[in-house]
Write a protein of this length. Sequence first.
Length: 349
Amino acid sequence: MENGKLRFFFKNLCSFPFFLYLCRIVMAKKAKYILDFRTLLLKKERTSKKEIVKKVLSFVFAVIVLFASAVAFTIFIFDSPEERRLRRDLEQAKFQYSQLDRRIEFLSQVLMDIQARDENLYRIIFEAEPPRRNPHLLGGETYEQFRGNSMADVIINTSIRIDDLMTRMYSQSVSFDDVYEMARNREAMLASMPAILPVNLRNTRLISGFGPRIDPILRVRRMHTGVDFAGPLNTPIYATGSGVVTHSGPSGVGFSGYGIMVMIDHGFGFQTLYGHLNRTNVRVGQRVNRGDVIGFMGTTGRSTGVHLHYEVFRHGERVNPVFFFFQNITPEEYLEILERASEINQMMS
């Protein structure tokens, strides 16, 4: 930078014509005259070599001091063309980085809105857990390569924010892939969900709900893990959702007392159980659709009368089947079922 200033100084210094003229004036020997009293004439005084050397050295010193002062003045006061160009470039770069920082802030806000919509809308619609975001997915970058210049802090800060934005965008992209898959499977999930009554209410009625009920044999209160529908013998029993039959026949291990039963795996974490049937109408491995007849009402197993014991499993846990009755039922019928299901009465199995 200073070399550029010196070149600038010398270039302009040498362009001044009066500088050489000034040198000639200073170095010119001034004639001195003395009066000769004997002849009454003026005689030119001769200058000694010592005085000449002294004058030359004084002039050289004065020139050096003047030159040094001019150089220092040029370096510390005036900018060279190269310095002015670099200064303009630096100011332009700072302005561009400020604009870039504003755009990054805007994009970050937009991404935050998208993430909030993903977590509070899409995931609720599809009954999915909030996405797991990995904050270190693209992290670990080294920024030491940017050090060594006046804009290192600005560049490093901007780089960190860009990397953070890229990481969040990548995580959101993965989340949207999940949402897309859920949306694509939404129709299949709705078809598989146990969403209808397993019997026709025209010739049946709900007699016992989910929760603590009176055991018909032991006469003590115990947990009733499903709902009971009473009706005529061989009343058709319907699959409440599409799925694959995993059990058809006498109750097996873990389901003692259910008599002849059918179990269906609907996928998406749903399973249903139909107990105390008189006979089944399906086989293991068979694919069934919602509304298909899978068996007929009976009183097999640990039962005190003809009825259907119906259970719903969600991710292996028994849940209240009443909450899934919403497709083939009127609001009035649903309110009546809720009222009957809430009664603490005696169950039939």
